[in-house]
Design a protein around this ligand. Structure first.
Ligand SMILES: [Zn+2]
Length: 464
């Protein structure tokens, strides 16, 4: 089939532009969506057949139609056609791509999501950190993490960095980790501080966590330190073999840490950095995570999408707080895409010459997948569909009315789709969402736990 191998066949006008060429449009094939809900495939070997594949691996490129063989949770082979007698899933009428990667989210707040739709950063500090966090019990952290993770999976996010500043006590920390484990998501647990209590063991407790939960690399969870602008904490993280994730809201804060920056550090927000700090980030290969909707709504500053591009830094994207913004990556992608183009076009209208290039949908999709994996230090495992990597992938329906008829795949995924298109989510070869529904039989009891937790938090915190 033409365009089935090589790089970016989908930019071909023949395939994508309505009415072009000999009237070729994107093929619509009958798929299993209209079939009765069948048993969720769960074998050690699985073949996804006939999907349209965006690998997000520049060396492999994309496939108009391909089969993907998965063996023991690993992507074994991607090819136009694979003949095998293993269990197969009809993937026609779907995009198959790597799951989205979120590089920073405070998941313990899952049960108080959307509490501050109009909130500023100061409201968040007052209500969420000042009122709610001190009354959180370990079980609130557990269900918060679980429900936030399930929301992420439902939206096609297969990897998330949980920036867990609910370390009020070791019991809180343990419970948050248990919530992640329960969800089955791939996660970087970024151990953070919490309310200042006599039993808060931050940051030294990272050694116990390393030993208790993170002694193996062969698991879904890995370890980071949710650190401050603090050299001693960064040194401790490295001593424990943990990645460093740090909020950077100020100006000039990174200068004293210049000799400690590096690819194992991700700086979040970065809306107010000096040119000198950007130069340092670029020179040291330090990651930058942009939480565009939060930064614009809550007043952190202008999301630094253009600065990252100017300095040759490829950003990742992050949800940050569900207390104010949605928990999906479609919104994240659309936010930076819209902002960058608005900024550049405004400069052009103002008469500036030689303005930067405009972001493309494909570049934005990269931010939300492989760049996130790089910043989470998991790009050897996930972030692209590359044989040998973990089978973390999603199937997005091309048959929903919101994107049919499909004329440009990257446009459909980045600008046309939302969580309703996420038909299947697989993490490490295990299907977590199937035919548009989470694969769990305990959602009602999870909902009950969430409501109970929320009621208790509000009552003890005096919220409402
Ligand atoms: Zn944050």
């Amino acid at each position: 089939m033409s365009g089935s191998t090589g790089k970016h066949p989908f930019f071909s006008r023949k395939i994508f532009l309505k009415g072009a060429g000999a009237g070729i449009i994107f093929p619509f094939l009958p798929v299993s969506l209209s079939n009765p809900v069948s048993t969720v495939p769960s074998g050690n070997r699985m073949l996804l057949k006939g999907g349209t594949v965006l690998t997000m691996d520049e060396d492999i490129g994309d496939y108009e139609k391909a089969d993907i063989l998965i063996e023991n949770g690993i992507i074994k082979e991607i090819a136009p056609s694979i003949e095998t007698d293993t269990e197969s899933v009809d993937a026609s009428g779907h995009v198959i791509m790597p799951g989205f990667v979120d590089t920073h989210r405070h998941m313990w707040q899952g049960c108080i999501r959307n509490i501050l739709p109009d909130g500023l950063l100061s409201d968040y500090v007052r209500v969420v950190l000042g009122q709610a966090r001190p009354v959180f019990r370990p079980e609130d952290a557990a269900i918060g993490n679980l429900i936030s993770a399930l929301g992420a999976i439902d939206a096609g996010i297969t990897t998330v960095l949980d920036w867990s500043h609910i370390g009020n006590s070791p019991a809180h920390t343990d419970a948050a980790i248990e919530g992640l484990k329960d969800s089955g998501i791939r996660a970087v647990y970024a151990y953070g501080s919490g309310d200042s209590t006599p039993v808060n063991r931050y940051p030294e407790d990272i050694h116990r966590l390393r030993e208790k939960y993170f002694s193996s690399d062969d698991q879904l969870l890995s370890l980071a330190l949710g650190a401050g602008i603090n050299a001693a904490q960064w040194d401790l993280a490295r001593e424990a073999g943990a990645r460093i994730s740090v909020h950077v809201n100020g100006t000039g804060d990174l200068l004293p840490l210049a000799d400690r920056l590096g690819p194992d550090v991700t700086c979040i927000h970065c809306c107010n950095l000096l040119d000198e700090e950007w130069e340092l980030l670029a020179a040291t290969g330090t990651g930058v995570s942009i939480s565009s909707p939060v930064e614009m709504i809550m007043g952190h500053g202008v999301p630094p999408i253009q600065q990252t591009l100017d300095y040759g830094i490829l950003p990742s994207l992050s949800v940050d707080v569900e207390t104010t913004v949605p928990g999906d990556m479609f919104t994240q992608m659309q936010s930076v895409f819209t902002l960058q183009r608005m900024q550049v076009l405004a400069r052009e209208r103002a008469g500036e010459e030689n303005v930067p290039g405009l972001l493309t949908a494909k570049e934005v999709l990269r931010f939300a997948t492989i760049n996130g994996a790089i910043h989470n230090r998991l790009d050897q495992k996930t972030g692209s569909l590359t044989p040998g990597k973990q089978a973390d992938m999603i199937m997005l329906s091309l048959e929903h009315v919101n994107i049919m008829p499909v004329n440009n795949l990257y446009g459909a995924v980045v600008s046309g789709m939302d969580r309703q298109n996420v038909e299947m989510v697989m993490i490490g070869g295990v299907i977590k969402k199937w035919q548009g529904k989470l694969v769990r039989d305990d959602l009602q009891s999870i909902k009950n736990r969430a409501i109970q937790s929320r009621e208790g938090i509000f009552e003890r915190a005096g919220i409402y």
